[in-house]
Design a protein around this ligand. Sequence first.
Ligand code: PEP
Length: 254
Amino acid sequence: MNKERKLIIAGNWKMNKTVAEALDLVRGLKLELANIKEVDMVVCPPFTALSEVSKAILDSSLRLGAQNMNENNVGAYTGEIAAVMLKEFSVRYVILGHSERRQYQKESDELISKKAAAVHGASLKPIICVGETLAEREGGQTNTILQKQVNGSLAGLSKEQMAETVVAYEPVWAIGTGKTATTAQAQEAHAFIRGLIGKMFDETVARRVRIQYGGSVKPSNARELMSQPDVDGALVGGASLEARSFADIIKNSI
Ligand code: PEP
């Protein structure tokens, strides 16, 4: 597939996989994806598996991501993880503002923007999630919500930082539900988000930013979604927990 930007496909393992299970999955992915260079491929295990997965992917093209990070560099923040700790395991990407964290941990756009600054401060790349709920879509609020989340979560980044930021459009109603946005819905939202980034930063930055789609991506719908001009990859939950399905999403996207 001829794309303007290199695709980035990331697996968000969420609170799944013991260390042994994580290593099993990575072994399978390495076999399935040995020769793939066309796509940036990222796995995001839970914190407890980062160390072992980091070692296991050293001889592969897989890159490591974390699922969250604290906005402070060090200190009395019980249960939290700082950038420097992620860097010890060669983490390259950090997912921020996933809808589950927005919902369960009440993360705000303001907090996400602070975390994004800390991620860039450590020379890591954030994957910043935005997306509307079903009620918001049905109420005709999709663009208003996306605008609020994009403006708030990306506030304060420099143009250079923005160009290295990945945005994930994840309609909440499509996450883990088996319902995928239609290609038209995905393309429309992605183009809208790119337009917002153009206004906040500039057109050159907007053209460089990669925008992933997330929400029930599967091997069967990956090709069509990735064929949309403003869809530059995928953030995959459920289907990233098995080597075959995650690998097939990647292969079908090329
Ligand atoms: C996600 O949680 O980021 C996600 C996209 O999940 P799923 O692929 O399972 O819908």
